[in-house]
Design a protein around this ligand. Sequence first.
Ligand code: SF4
Length: 124
Amino acid sequence: MAKTTELICVTCPMGCKLTVTHEGDTILGIEGNVCKRGEAYAQTELVDPRRMVATTVQVVGGVHPLVPVYTTAPIPKPLIFDLLSELRQVKLRAPILAGRVVLEDALGTGVTVLTSRDLPAAPG
Ligand code: SF4
């Protein structure tokens, strides 16, 4: 039985509001997308929704107690809370360089988590 799902395409800053008619994960029709990437987004969203994750992890001995980190690719949406939980256990020792690997193959997804900035050690 056909169903209609409303989605916001997050592929670019336009944020088109999509109305997707589908049976299961088969798209029958789509409205509201300005470009073809909206269709691809809707298909992924129905079958395997994924998101980039940006958060912070704890730092020991740094000028700040936290350093920002990000996933190098989107991870399956159902795994986001597990990833955040795993990252809460991480403690990095300063100094830290941007691009340092925090987690490799996070939760078996093949996605790497990297630091997004340098963080010097605290003086003294
Ligand atoms: S449908 Fe195209 S223009 Fe609209 S938000 Fe998605 S990528 Fe951007």
